[in-house]
Design a protein around this ligand. Structure first.
Ligand code: FMN
Length: 188
């Protein structure tokens, strides 16, 4: 697939058919992530892949998040909350959940650049998934269960869980989405 086609057609997938994704395919997507640029080439990322039993345990922890969703009623509206609750109850039946960790730091500049670097790695992974016909969605770590998730993903000391990605074969693909195109000024 052409790179621009992958970029333009990528959507967050939240409904999967539940069929497994081969470990080699997951490894290929993570390999793509590791080619991302990073601050001073520190490569501040580590990927904890949950499939099988670990996946079930993590999905159970994530399901707890449904009880906090009412806090987002103003932002998402009742339909949005219901949609999110359905997704979080089973993580859309995604067979793979990846916990992404990055090193802890007290330096705010370093923290910002780590976050940007991890974002670049995640986008590489998401685009590689498009190329492989795999659906994926980036998910924020809900702060109310971040300690439990770090424990379940077995995050190392000195590292923190910063993001998650769910992967699987899509059962529902949203239509191309509206974009804000008024995002640039060309300086003279
Ligand atoms: C940093 C980040 C955090 C996100 N967190 C969540 C999340 O917690 N739950 C969710 O369903 N989607 C999450 N998403 C997916 C966004 O909702 C999605 O990218 C956005 O709505 C645009 O839709 P698209 O990815 O299909 O283009 C996240 C995306 C990013 C980049």
């Amino acid at each position: 697939m052409e790179l621009m086609d992958a970029i333009r057609s990528r959507r967050s997938i939240r409904v999967f058919d539940g069929t497994p994704v081969a470990r080699e395919v997951v490894a290929e997507l993570i390999d793509a992530a590791t080619y991302a640029p990073s601050r001073m080439n520190v490569q501040p990322w580590y990927f904890h892949v949950a499939m099988g039993e670990s996946r079930a345990r993590i999905a159970e922890v994530m399901a707890m998040t449904t009880s906090y969703l009412d806090e987002y009623l103003d932002m998402l509206g009742p339909e949005g909350v219901e949609h999110a609750a359905r997704f979080y109850a089973e993580l859309g039946r995604a067979p793979v959940i990846i916990g992404v960790a990055s090193p802890c730091t007290d330096d705010e500049h370093e923290a910002r650049d780590y976050a940007i670097s991890v974002g670049a790695a995640l986008e590489n992974l998401l685009l590689a998934a498009v190329g492989r016909g795999i659906g994926a969605c980036s998910i924020s770590v809900p702060h109310w269960i971040s300690d439990r998730l770090a424990e379940q993903f077995d995050i190392a000391d000195g590292w923190q869980i910063t993001s998650m990605i769910v992967l699987g074969h899509a059962d529902e693909v949203p239509a191309p989405r509206e974009r804000d195109t008024d995002v640039v000024t060309y300086l003279t």
